[in-house]
Design a protein around this ligand. Structure first.
Ligand SMILES: Cc1cc2nc3c(=O)[nH]c(=O)nc-3n(C[C@H](O)[C@H](O)[C@H](O)COP(=O)(O)O)c2cc1C
Length: 353
């Protein structure tokens, strides 16, 4: 079967995963309005291509936090990769390394951070985390990933509680017994800890804990889950190094703006003081182009990586990334841009509908 676009991988994954696993990966919260609008929102935004601009040479490279990547698409944090492919996150890490892009490892990975680093020693990675009620445990995790060479901490701030995902509740979804939250083996006695405690944040945290995190690490901090200009400005004022405009792929609060729609006011408020990234609903190269034109420095993909894993492990994720890279180059050059520096808001026309 020739895989031509990301939707082909989605179809394959749906056909080959168990219903419970498919429901887990595809879930959105409540009525899934936000999950679906993340994709639909791109269809409401049109491109204004320029022509006759010599696009015989093109360059998709960009920089993120000062590091060069081959194209402006990274891998967002999704959990439980061993549920999609037996090698789990080690396969994902190798694919990200091969395509020279950033991989945000999930705290709740089913391979340990040590295994992930060993599988792709030259890969560039950030570590996604939450602040636990147990601050000592949080600190241990931070020290561990810092020692392993992770380049930034991605603090998820939209998960003080788990969103209501209907099918997961109906299926009574939980991690199958042969899989584990490998990062926590040995850190705490498993028997005493409710697995949910590893996923959601301490709901009492505020910007004070962001300061605390800054005091225990020298790594840059990227805040994931910003959807308003007010919070974006607070992030700048609290000296974090970047933000990810994200609604968690529509898995948390249903009814928020699609991320591409939220991006604009945030970029305007941040005024270039820190890098702004985006995830949610990116499925084509022109989606990437639109996000960059509206001011995202780089975008990240969640579910498509899982679909790639289901298809062929590392090779499948490579294919997903390569397709997006090729599509992005095509959309960029068909719009008259030779490189990412030439992409700007003049490319965008909002639909009048
Ligand atoms: C199966 C799954 C698990 C996820 N787990 C986490 C997580 O543990 N922490 C987090 O911050 N985001 C998590 N996310 C959200 C993603 O990081 C990302 O925001 C979202 O998937 C982007 O949307 P997309 O799937 O449309 O690309 C998860 C998403 C999925 C689909």
């Amino acid at each position: 079967m020739a895989m031509v676009c990301l939707t082909d991988f989605e179809k394959y994954a749906k056909e080959h995963l168990s219903k419970t696993a498919w429901d887990y990966f595809s879930a959105g919260a409540d009525e899934c309005y936000t999950r679906d609008d993340n994709l639909l929102a791109y269809k409401r935004i049109h491109l204004r291509p320029r022509v006759l601009r010599d696009v015989s040479e093109s360059d998709t490279r960009t920089t993120v936090q000062g590091t060069e990547f081959s194209f402006p698409v990274g891998i967002s944090t999704t959990a439980y990769h061993c549920l999609a492919w037996h090698e789990g996150e080690t396969a994902t890490a190798r694919a990200a390394e091969a395509l020279n892009t950033c991989y945000i490892t999930s705290t709740t990975s089913t391979c340990s951070v040590e295994e992930i680093v060993a599988a792709a020693p030259n890969g560039y990675r950030w570590f996604q985390m939450v602040v636990y009620q147990d601050r000592r445990l949080t600190e241990q995790v931070v020290q561990r990933v810092e020692a392993l060479g992770y380049k930034a901490l991605v603090l998820t701030v939209d998960m003080p509680y788990l969103g209501k995902r209907h099918n997961n509740i109906r299926n009574q979804f939980k991690l199958p017994p042969h899989l584990q939250f490998k990062n926590f083996n040995g850190l705490q006695k498993q028997a005493t800890v409710d697995p949910k405690a590893y996923i959601t944040s301490d709901p009492s945290i505020t910007w004070k804990e962001v300061h605390w995190l800054q005091s225990i690490t020298s790594l840059p901090i990227i805040i994931k889950g910003i959807l308003t200009k007010e919070d974006a400005v607070l992030a700048v004022e609290h000296s974090v190094q970047g933000i990810i405009v994200s609604n968690h792929g529509g898995r948390q609060l249903d009814g928020t703006l699609a991320t591409i729609d939220a991006l604009i006011e945030i970029v305007d408020a941040v005024k270039g003081r820190i890098e702004v990234y985006l995830d949610g609903g990116i499925r084509t190269g022109s989606d990437v182009l639109k996000a960059l034109a509206l001011g995202a420095k780089c975008v990240f993909i969640g579910r498509p990586v899982v679909w790639g894993l289901v298809y062929k492990g590392e090779e499948g994720v490579r294919e997903v990334l390569q397709i997006l890279k090729d599509e992005f180059r095509l959309a960029m050059t068909l719009s008259g841009c030779r490189n990412v520096a030439e992409i700007n808001r003049n490319l965008i026309q909002f639909s009048k509908l």
